[in-house]
Structures are given as C-alpha cells and as structure tokens.
Design a protein around this ligand. Structure first.
Ligand SMILES: Nc1ncnc2c1ncn2[C@@H]1O[C@H](COP(=O)(O)OP(=O)(O)OC[C@H]2O[C@@H]([n+]3cccc(C(=O)O)c3)[C@H](O)[C@@H]2O)[C@@H](O)[C@H]1O
Ligand SMILES: Nc1ncnc2c1ncn2[C@@H]1O[C@H](COP(=O)(O)OP(=O)(O)OP(=O)(O)O)[C@@H](O)[C@H]1O
Ligand SMILES: NC(=O)CC[C@H](N)C(=O)O
Length: 722
C-alpha cells in the first residue's frame, strides 16, 4: 500500500561539457541536498554527466567510457543511496548511441530509458549524435560492462521504454524535447496510471520562451493529472547557448515549486511534498476514464520495494503538501540583463582570463554590451552578499585579493575586471560620442581608456600613397565610393587591432597580479549583421558577443529599462542619439547616419529580420506580407504604428533588403560567436545555416515575381481610383 505524501526533488545544475569530476560532484551535491530535504526521488538534467553541449564529442568512445566510469563512482558512493535517482548520460548499446536516463537505487540500476523523440531543430542536432529509441513500450537487455556488472551482481539490466513501480505509485521518465511533441510520452504514461513523470532537460534560453515552456508543462498535468518534475541545466556549459534552469514541480496543472531561471548557484535543488491522493481525485474528476480504460498503451512496470511515501511519514502531521504558487516570469528586458550577465560570468570564470574589454563608441550597441557586463557585476555582487562560496572564490581569483578583501559595489568589481576603450579620430569623432562613452564608463565604474587612432591611420594610409602613388579621398572630399569605403574600413580595422593590443597588455600594464588577457567583446546586432552594415574584421570581430542575436528593438527596450532599474541616467542620451558610424569626416553640412546609409530604418530591419527567420519568408512572400502590413491605405487606422508605404515602395524596400542581405551574407560566416537569445538570430555557424555566394538578386526570378505581383496590385488600385 504505502502512504500518499511524497517528497520529491529536481534541480538546476551548472554543468560544463567534459568536466567529468566537476559534473559528478555537482550531481552528488544535489543528491545530498535532496536527501537532506527528505526527498525520495531526485531527477537531474539531460546528459548531466557529460554536460549537454558536448556535440560531436558524442561520436567519441571516450565519452561513453568516462560516462560509465562516473556512473560507477556514483553507484559506489553510499552517500547517494536511500533515494531513487534519475541520472542523465549517453549510453552505447549494440553499437548505437543513445541519450539516456539511468534510473538507479542503492547502487544498482533499475532501468535505462533511452530518449525517443530527439531535438533536431534550431541549435539542436541530436539526430547527428544519437539514435532515437523507436519502439514505444518495448524493452530488451543491456549488457553491463564488467565494472558495472560486478556492482550490479548481474550481467544485464533492462533497456527501453518502461516505468518504475513502487509500493504506492508508479513513475516514468520523459526527456526534454519529448514534452514538446504533439504526442508526448507523458500522455500514454498518465493514461496507464503513472502518477509521477520526470522530465530531464537540456533546454536553452531564448527571450520570452519561458512562457511556452510553462504552458506546455502545466498543460501536461492539467489535461492528464499527475505530478511533473522538471530538471534543467543552468548556465553556459561551453557553447553559445545559455541554459535557463527553472527546475519546477507541478501538480495537476499548478506549480508548487520553481527554481531560479538565471543565477550563479552551481547546484540548486527544488523540492516539494506532493499528495498522491490529489492526483487520484483530480483524475477521477476529469474526462479521462474512457480513454484510459481503452488505451492500448500498457507499460512494463519494474518493481521496487523502495517506498516513495513511507507510511510512517504520513503519520508525521508536520508534513503537508506544498501549496501552489504563481509562476515567476521575468520581463523581457530583465531577461536580457540576467541571461547576458550570467552567461558572461560563466564564460569569464571558465575561460580563466583576466576580464573583458569593450570598444565603446558612444553608440547604443556597444553601450548595451557594456551594460550587460555591468549587469554581470551586479549579479556577482548579489551572490557575494548571499555568501555564495563558489562566486567568492572566483571573484578572489579574478580580482586577486590577497588579503581577502572583496569589492563592495558592482562598480568596484567592474573597475577590476572591465575596461572600456574609446578610439577616436580627430575629424570623424564627435564630442558627443566621446562624452557619452566617458559618462557611461564613469557610471558603471569601468576602467576607461580614451585615445585617438589618427597617427596609426595616417601611417597605414601612407602605405598606399607611397607604394601606389595614389591618395584615396573620402566622398565629401571628392573621392569615389571605393576610396570612401577603403578609408572607412581602414579606421574600423585599426580599432580592432588596437582593441586586441590593449586587451592583451592592459592587465600587465595596470599591474594586475597575474597579468593575463582581457577578452574582447563585440557589439554587432542582428539588423546590421543582416544588412551587412559593418566592416568585416573590424570591432565586430571579437572573442564573444553578448548581443549578437538581439535586434535593435529589443536592445532599445533593454537600455530604456536599465536607465531606470540600474539607475543610470546617462543611458537616456544613448537612446535619443542619432545612430552614426562616424567613419566619414563631419563637415558643416554632412554627418554620417546609419539609417540614411542603409536605405532603411532599424525598425524596418527588425521587421525584415523577424519575417525572414521566424516566418521563413523569402523575397516574394515577404513582399506579399508587407504590402498588407505596411499598406499606405492603413495610414489613418488608429493604433497602427507600422510604417506606411505604397506597394511600389514596399517592393523597393524588400528588394533593397534582400540585395544587401545577399551580397553581405559572407560577413556572417566570420561573425563573432554570439550568445544565442532569439529564434531570429542570423548566426551562420550553428543556427541560421545559409549559402554565402548568391546569384544577383536584381535579376532573380523572385524579384521578377514581385514586379508581376506589383503590376497586378497597381492595376486593381487604379481601377478603384487609388
Ligand atoms: N562574395 C564574397 N565572399 C567573400 N568575401 C567577400 C565577398 N564579397 C566581398 N567580400 C569581402 O568583403 C570585403 C567588403 O566588405 P568590407 O570590407 O566590410 O567593406 P564594405 O562592406 O564595402 O564596407 C563596410 C560598410 O560598413 C559600413 N559600416 C557601418 C557602420 C559601422 C562600420 C564600422 O566598421 O564601424 C561600418 C560602412 O559605412 C560601409 O558601408 C571585400 O573587400 C572582400 O574582401
Ligand atoms: N570611436 C570608437 N571607439 C571605440 N569603439 C568604436 C568606435 N567606433 C566604433 N567602435 C566599435 O566598433 C563597433 C562597430 O561600429 P559601428 O559604428 O558599426 O557601431 P554599432 O555596431 O552601430 O555600435 P554602436 O551603436 O556601439 O556604435 C562598435 O560597436 C564599437 O564596439
Ligand atoms: N534538449 C532538448 O530536447 C531541448 C528541446 C526543446 N525543444 C527545447 O528547446 O527546450
């Protein structure tokens, strides 16, 4: 029989790919915390032994050998006994690679459950690394390697799609993506009377995604009833993704416990006491009976005498079911601040470098990058205040406080590990941008360098003058377009060389103990990357870019939010300034402007960027869509804030965008790795895979089709007298 009050645990773990012992230690620590909280079942993230993002390392046999070795250490560690464990790791079975859950108890394996529906969209390539288990509710024998067979006292364990039956209930596992599929395994398990479902995830962050995840999880148990335990990685495990934790426990559609989405705890365990009788009454009250009774999905149950709810515990009247709570969701601006801040901290501490350097131009993009570093310092100082020992250790190493004196404010920390550098040109740079950069640096406390690159520029330019006997001039000085571009790109590239030069020597020159290098941060955003409005291999080429998958609209929201939330009034100036590259000389009647140069506004670029990637529209479909969305006929419709253009103007805009997109796509192939935050990201290397040598779009069939459609539309409008 058994009791009905069960204490269960799930967790966020900050795993790191191939950090075998580190990963194992964090798993063991989570088990200790779960046990101390009285939990009898603990679930951990997907592939927690290797770290989720090992990618093509999953092709290497070492990975499977070391995973088994770590599992063997875990099973032998008696401090992990006395609780049912659901551990994530890769397993080689009959020469096929599987992404598995290993369910174990008291040093023995009960079941190995391979993932059935693999994640294969966007950043995910699980089909490249693993084989899905395509036989629902079937099992076979897994031959244990010698080291595990000795521990098990048997040569084989069950491998496949089955569930575990305890004296009082049954639980089954599903893995991450399976929850996202239309016919998720939890549906059949719930129909077959399984009351607790574990979900181990390696689920990455994108802006506004938590809503979707929450809805899916709550829906899973709202429709079928049951207890759902969600575990996830948290942090940067060695790739461009940030895993946003949020371990949760849900009962019959209500959240009863929720861990942090962003945070610096390497191990965060979430526990709750749930009442199995509530699941039974809920299931009795919903329309499920007939479907359950006629369902042919019958799961093999692996019996264990281990009680999840010892009756003795029910007699303890202090124990009571955890009450439902409202889900916590951060506003999108805060998501940018927290995801970027936490990712940068993991990257910094794990890379072993001395800090960050940002070329700060006085424009909004590099400003956003700098504010994200400041956000990191704020998050770190909060963790220091909460006495997070790992963070304190990392801060001590980075800041080299031999006396153990820690910084007291985010600004103090910022000053130790963050340099901003303004690299001006006498004729091109305005006083305004130089001042804005200086003001921001002062407000966030960064170590600020203000210099001019004219001498280097002149020396480099002389190479052409002296060697080719030709003096290139800017357009405003009467030069051609090609001369104008050459001189602009020269400045831009000198900035990149200067940024790396300073990044490498600054810690030593400042007398920082240990010396080392600063990582150079980039600030290219989605719109300008798509449009190609950047110099290849200039400051857009950096070590890592925290804003590379965020478009201008989201960035501006973030800066407006940070102005208030971080109390940085100087950010206001960045929001109202006209965006300019300052690569051409400023004259009495000419100041370079991004939007004029690009032939489109950032707002329009935001729309193009999202329709291209999220809605998957090519030139013709984009025209068909925007001719309505941006219709001139809607100009006077109240509340319509979109731009308004005639059909001919829309055609011209769409063609211009795709023309520049096509001729500049090569720039995406060398772009700095960016933290992945959005499904509209143009990242060519891992996410938005495209060719980079296109035919001339002006002569393309798709542009001709736009012209044909335009003619039809104009004819119709003319007949209506428009
Ligand atoms: N199909 C292809 N496949 C591979 N590579 C290709 C290529 N076509 C050109 N290239 C290469 O790319 C080069 C042209 O690209 P690139 O050198 O970037 O030069 P380009 O795109 O001509 O000029 C840079 C543009 O970015 C603007 N901008 C705006 C804002 C800021 C900044 C800044 O830097 O701060 C720059 C600047 O005003 C200018 O319009 C060619 O010289 C060639 O080396
Ligand atoms: N005067 C400068 N001093 C330092 N860095 C600069 C300067 N001008 C440009 N940069 C660096 O080069 C990058 C690309 O320059 P660009 O003019 O394209 O700026 P952007 O991407 O629009 O960003 P921002 O809004 O920060 O100017 C900037 O993000 C910045 O990091
Ligand atoms: N690892 C996975 O299966 C993750 C897939 C899932 N679609 C997600 O984004 O969370």
């Amino acid at each position: 029989m058994g009791g009905h009050l069960v204490t269960v645990a799930t967790c966020n773990l900050n795993q790191w790919v191939l950090d075998w012992e580190g990963n194992l230690n964090r798993i063991v620590e989570s088990i200790h915390i779960a046990k101390a909280a009285g939990a009898r079942l603990r679930v951990g993230p997907e592939l927690e032994i290797t770290g989720y993002s090992a990618l093509d390392h999953f092709h290497e046999l070492d990975v499977y050998t070391h995973s088994l070795e770590m599992l063997s250490i875990l099973l032998q560690d008696e401090s992990t006994h006395g609780i049912l464990l659901d551990i994530g790791m890769p397993i080689l079975h009959r020469n096929l690679r599987y992404n598995c859950r290993v369910i174990c108890l008291d040093g023995k394996i009960l079941l190995i459950r391979p993932k059935m529906w693999l994640a294969n969209d966007g950043n995910y390539r699980e089909m490249r690394h693993f084989t899905p288990w395509m036989r629902p509710r079937e099992t076979e024998l897994f031959h244990l390697p010698k080291m595990l067979a000795e521990l098990q006292g048997e040569t084989h364990v069950l491998f496949g799609d089955a569930v575990i039956s305890t004296p009082e209930t049954a639980f089954g596992a599903e893995t991450c993506e399976e929850l996202f599929t239309p016919k998720a395994p939890h549906i059949d398990m719930a129909l077959d009377g399984v009351e607790i479902i574990t979900n181990s995830s390696g689920s990455h962050f994108t802006l506004r995604k938590l809503d979707t995840r929450l809805q899916l999880i709550m829906e899973a148990t709202r429709k079928s009833g049951g207890v759902y335990l969600y575990a996830n990685q948290q942090g940067c495990d060695g790739e461009r993704l940030y895993f946003d934790g949020c371990a949760m426990i849900i009962v019959n559609g209500d959240i009863v416990a929720q861990g942090s989405q962003f945070g610096l705890k390497d191990v965060e365990v979430v526990t709750a006491t749930v009442d199995l009788e509530e699941v039974r009454s809920y299931r009795a009250a919903i329309s499920r009976g007939l479907q359950a009774a006629t369902s042919d999905a019958r799961y093999q149950r692996i019996q264990t005498p281990f009680e999840l709810a010892p009756e003795d515990d029910d007699a303890d009247i202090e124990k009571r079911p955890t009450l439902p709570m409202q889900p916590r969701v951060h506003p999108v601006e805060e998501e940018i601040a927290l995801s970027g801040g936490c990712y940068l901290w993991d990257y910094l501490r794990r890379s072993g470098t001395a800090g960050y350097l940002v070329p700060l131009s006085g424009g909004i993009d590099s400003c956003a990058t700098a504010v994200i570093v400041y956000s990191m310092c704020r998050i770190v100082m909060d963790a220091v205040e909460e006495e997070n020992q790992q963070v304190i250790e990392d801060v001590k190493r980075l800041c080299q406080y031999s006396q153990g004196v820690l910084p007291k404010t985010p600004q103090e920390l910022c000053n130790q590990i963050f340099t901003t550098i303004y690299m001006g040109m006498k004729k091109q740079s305005s006083r305004d941008t130089r001042q804005r950069a200086k003001d921001l640096a002062e407000a966030i406390g960064s170590h600020h360098v203000n210099l001019d690159i004219d001498e280097v520029y002149e020396a480099q330019k002389k190479l052409v003058v002296n060697t080719l006997n030709f003096e290139p001039r800017f357009e405003v000085e009467g030069g051609s377009n090609q001369e104008n571009l050459t001189l602009q790109c020269l400045q831009a590239r000198i900035r990149m060389v200067t940024a790396y030069e300073f990044g490498q020597i600054l810690p030593t020159a400042r007398g920082r103990p240990g010396g080392g290098s600063l990582l150079v941060l980039g600030s290219a955003n989605v719109g300008e990357s798509l449009r190609g409005y950047l110099t290849k291999y200039d400051c857009s080429s950096a070590d890592i870019n925290p804003i590379g998958s965020i478009d201008k609209a989201d960035l501006k929201r973030f800066i407006a939010w940070a102005e208030k939330e971080f109390d940085l009034p100087c950010l206001h100036e960045f929001l109202t300034a006209v965006p300019t590259a300052e690569l051409e000389p400023i004259t009495e009647n000419y100041v370079q402007s991004d939007e004029a140069d690009m032939g489109m506004t950032y707002e329009e670029l935001t729309t193009f960027g999202r329709l291209r990637k999220l809605n998957k529209l090519g030139p013709f479909a984009m025209f068909q869509r925007l001719v309505h969305d941006w219709s001139i006929d809607r100009k006077h419709v109240e509340g319509d804030t979109a731009p308004h253009y005639t059909p001919a103007q829309v055609a011209e805009k769409v063609k211009r965008f795709f023309h520049f997109y096509a001729i500049n796509r090569h720039k995406m192939t060398t772009l700095t790795p960016a933290l992945h935050c959005n499904d509209y990201s143009p990242d060519d290397n891992r996410f938005d895979l495209r060719p980079f040598l296109y035919p001339n779009f002006w002569k393309s069939w798709s542009f001709k089709r736009i012209d044909m459609e335009l003619k039809k539309i104009e004819k119709k409008r003319a007949s209506k007298g428009k």
